[in-house]
Design a protein around this ligand. Structure first.
Ligand SMILES: [Zn+2]
Length: 310
């Protein structure tokens, strides 16, 4: 597996971003999206459809905020994908998840195409120790001091936090492993893939790690961009565009320079679900074998041990 596929329109590589909505305010993200829009990059902006109760550990706007909703709808009109980051910023029981997913459909005209679990939300699906299998689960539990052994419940049938059946019916792609390399497809050539041990997720995707502006800029450095291009690969950056990408209305200079350089290349700059749909048609949705799963898990755990991706 080389991670090399032919891209539409004779493009040399593919690049996109899944923006985890944590900490989003309009002040922080509007300038960043204005830049992406100007450069012709079309990416995925995740949302929380509804407000949760209380004060969350990680706050951020939800689609219940009228001004923010209007802005996300405008982004969608302009060709960005609106993705799903769970019901809200705190743990949501099944009835809340149903309300949020239906609200997503009402607001954005379709059920979520791509999603990622939110940190600490206990209805997260196949998360914590359940992301990995067998010996890797044991290694993960040791690494996390057994703090996440049985924490996440979205896939546990009968649990008050269970919503696996809804995920299977409504959500097309869910993010699991992140890798440090810019070429996500080289790290996970099988994506989007189905894991028969995790049946409530129709298809999984991987991402490249760039949690904040510093990590993002490191991953999309000039040398890495050139290698992504030379390898004909695909990059799905997983980041939080509200984490340092713009301050006081001014976009980070290094980020802007890197995005301008990237956008000038002959890349395919489409949202996450568009990219994954293309891969699914081009190479099919692989049902991974136990051996392939072990490979993905081992590479992720190793990287986690070394540099700690999410
Ligand atoms: Zn999050």
């Amino acid at each position: 597996m080389t991670g090399k596929v032919g891209w539409p329109g004779g493009r040399d590589f593919a690049f996109t971003i899944f923006d985890d909505t944590d900490l989003t305010t309009l002040e922080k993200v509007v300038p960043v999206y204005a830049l992406l829009d100007d450069l012709g990059l079309r990416t995925t902006k995740s949302v929380w459809p509804i407000k949760g109760p209380g004060t969350p550990r990680i706050p951020g706007l939800t689609s219940e905020d009228p001004e923010y909703l209007k802005w996300t709808l405008d982004l969608q009109q302009r060709g960005f994908e609106i993705g799903y980051h769970g019901a809200t910023y705190v743990t949501a029981a099944r009835d809340v998840v149903i309300k949020a997913i239906e609200q997503f459909r009402v607001l954005y005209g379709h059920y979520p195409m791509s999603m990622a679990n939110h940190s600490g939300c206990r209805e997260s699906i196949y998360w914590g120790a359940d992301r990995v299998t067998g010996m890797h689960r044991l290694a993960y539990n040791v690494l996390t001091r057994f703090a996440k052994t049985d924490m996440f419940r979205g896939h546990k049938a009968g649990d008050p936090l269970f919503w696996g059946d809804i995920c299977e019916a409504k959500v097309r792609y869910v993010r699991n492993f992140t890798y440090t390399d810019i070429n996500t497809l080289a790290a996970c050539p099988l994506m989007p893939y189905h894991d028969p041990d995790r049946p409530y997720v129709r298809a999984w995707f991987a991402a490249s790690e760039g949690a904040d502006v510093t990590a993002f800029n490191r991953c999309v450095s000039e040398a890495n961009q050139d290698r992504l291009e030379a390898e004909g690969g695909a990059c799905i950056m997983y980041t939080h565009l509200a984490s340092g990408f713009s301050v006081g209305g001014v976009v980070d200079g290094r980020f802007e320079a890197l995005m301008r350089r990237l956008a000038a290349k002959n890349g395919w700059f489409v949202p996450v679900a568009t990219l994954l749909d293309y891969l699914a048609v081009n190479q099919g949705t692989t049902v991974i074998t136990a051996r392939q799963r072990r490979g993905l898990e081992r590479r992720w755990l190793w990287a986690k041990l070394m540099v700690g991706p999410t």
